[in-house]
Ligand binder design. Structure first.
Ligand SMILES: *[C@@H]1O[C@H](CO)[C@@H](O)[C@H](O)[C@H]1NC(C)=O
Ligand SMILES: *[C@@H]1O[C@H](CO)[C@@H](O)[C@H](O)[C@H]1NC(C)=O
Length: 467
């Protein structure tokens, strides 16, 4: 009896060892670019050297930011990631994200552990052990709320910008010196508060009187008031054809098969189950960024690149260059920064020192595209993933949690002005400028045609308002 047991164990051990590839837990630098659910912790610039330009001083900064890491949502908005087309062409609502994670992932965890106990699957013992200890505990009231990790992200952005632009931020807080704006979403409001705590500290932040958020704010949430975009893009399955075709194509099929094998399923998982597993891995790594997520062990690096591209395709057509209306509608923030800078340059005022806006990934990507940033010559499609490795359009860096763009205005010798752009705290070349630092005349030439054509109601073909 004993001998038989030993023999069985030995056979199982051989099966396990031979099927085993490598341990996720042992990878020193795993890929943490997780598209729209990439933690800012893995994106941030740790350089806190003061930003200096010889002969110049920074006189104003203008920031536009996505909120930090939030908890999963349970309230699918029309269009985009929450909706998929069924075979008969209807749009079908996907399951609620938080509910799906909470209900399905523990079942999947037990099945994967069972698979490995039965000698199936390719996870190493340590990865299986980590999975055994994995739980999810996100109460429904936290749905979409800014998470503690998101609070830290925003706080640290404020903190680092204070070190880098002390002339603008290293002052005690005074009304009129700074302007804030956030959307009606609590995650945006909280992001603003934590950014301000990072700049001024908790007790001073307490004294700031913030403006009431505006429903469907045309400045920072313009896509909520854009009829043409709702009709042509957000609520139109045609805008999701490339995304859908890629999901139905060979690369995703290979990923689904590889993940199913790795997790030990004889009957392969569905794409939706693989996608949910990916979502669990990414939320784990955003919410608890310092810990390993055992779910990430389900994916090889090439699987992660495929799944990142799924999001990149969706948002290229929903928010990016895929449709003109996506970026055409993002002109109000351009007019806004231009007006602030002009008021300084013309000598009308020398304040505020900082303008800070907190919004959402949909606004951020459209705005980055309005500036012509990350505009590839090869349009990403369902069939050219093989040629996309060098693409600029990347939701992991354009729609990550906490993604932010900052324009800095400098006053230089002889009362001339210069402008720099920072994206995710890195100096970024603005298309239309000869160098990374723009002359004010170059900046003015870039914004001029955008300002001249910026009528949101006209661009969006909005019906006349009722009076
Ligand atoms: C989206 O399209 C459907 C069907 O064409 C329509 O019933 C619905 O009102 C539209 N929703 C929005 C937000 O435009
Ligand atoms: C994106 O690049 C193409 C050329 O590759 C250009 O024609 C187009 O105007 C650019 N779009 C924007 C919004 O800058």
């Amino acid at each position: 009896m004993f001998a038989v047991k030993v023999a069985v164990v030995a056979v199982l051990a051989i099966v396990c060892v031979s099927a085993e590839t490598s341990c996720y837990a042992d990878i020193a630098n795993p890929n943490l670019y997780f598209a729209t659910k990439t933690s800012y912790k893995f994106i941030k610039n740790t350089n806190i050297d003061e930003i200096t330009l010889p002969g110049c001083e920074a006189v104003q900064m203008w920031l536009f930011s996505r909120h930090g890491t939030r908890y999963p949502r349970n309230d699918p908005e029309p269009g985009g990631e929450d909706f998929r087309q069924t075979a008969d062409g209807n749009i079908q609502s996907r399951e609620m994200e938080l509910d799906a994670l909470t209900q399905q992932m523990p079942i999947l965890r037990d099945a994967v552990v069972q698979n490995h106990e039965s000698g199936r699957g390719e996870l190493c013992a340590e990865d299986v052990q980590n999975l055994r200890g994995w739980t999810i505990d996100i109460p429904p009231e936290l749905e979409e709320k800014l998470a503690p990790a998101g609070e830290e992200e925003m706080h640290d952005i404020g903190d680092r910008y204070t070190a880098r632009l002390p002339g603008l931020l290293d002052h005690s807080y005074k009304d009129g010196d700074y302007t804030f704006r956030f959307t009606t979403a609590s995650r945006a409001e909280k992001s603003c508060h934590h950014f301000a705590k990072g700049v001024w500290g908790n007790s001073e932040e307490d004294t700031i009187v913030y403006p009431e958020p505006i429903e469907n704010d045309p400045l920072i949430r313009f896509y909520k008031v854009c009829t043409k975009w709702a009709n042509e893009v957000d609520n139109n399955t045609a805008s999701r054809v490339e995304w859908q075709n890629f999901i139905d194509g060979p690369e995703v099929a290979a990923t689904v098969a590889a993940v199913s094998n790795r997790l030990g399923f004889v009957v392969p998982l569905s794409y939706d189950q693989v996608s949910l597993t990916y979502t669990m891995c990414r939320y784990d790594k955003a919410l608890y960024y310092g810990q390993l997520s055992p779910w990430c062990a389900a994916f090889s690096n090439s699987d992660l690149l495929v799944l990142e591209y799924v999001d990149d395709l969706l948002y290229y057509y929903k928010d990016g260059y895929g449709f003109e209306i996506n970026w055409m509608q993002a002109c109000n923030p351009v007019v806004d920064v231009a007006n602030y800078f002009n008021s300084i340059v013309t000598g009308a005022t020398n304040k505020p020192y900082g303008i800070f806006y907190f919004s959402h990934s949909g606004a951020m990507a459209k705005l980055l595209a309005r500036w012509g940033l990350y505009n590839d010559t090869i349009v990403p499609t369902a069939s050219n993933f093989a040629f996309q490795s060098g693409r600029q359009w990347s939701t992991s860096r354009m729609q990550n949690f906490g993604v932010n763009m900052v324009f800095v205005l400098f006053r230089c010798e002889l009362n001339t002005y210069k402008v720099q752009l920072y994206v995710n705290e890195r100096l970024t070349h603005l298309p239309g400028c000869a160098q990374d630092t723009c002359l004010f005349s170059e900046f003015a030439a870039i914004v001029k045609p955008i300002i001249e054509t910026c009528d949101l109601d006209a661009i969006c073909e909005n019906p006349p308002a009722y009076f």
